[in-house]
Design a protein. Structure first.
Length: 49
């Protein structure tokens, strides 16, 4: 099991084997989606103004 969850999943290890790693992956995905939506809404407001 690698220390970082994302490289471990990339190299074919089971990220669900360790709950902490699966939670870290889930949290990273949620954070990434939230940031992308925040950037998209800011760009939409910039276009309106």
């Amino acid at each position: 099991m690698s220390v970082f969850g994302i490289p471990g999943a990339a190299f074919g290890e089971n990220p669900l084997g360790d709950p902490r790693i699966s939670f870290t992956l889930f949290f990273a995905v949620v954070t990434w989606v939230s940031l992308r939506r925040l950037v998209d809404t800011k760009s939409l407001y910039a276009q309106r103004c």
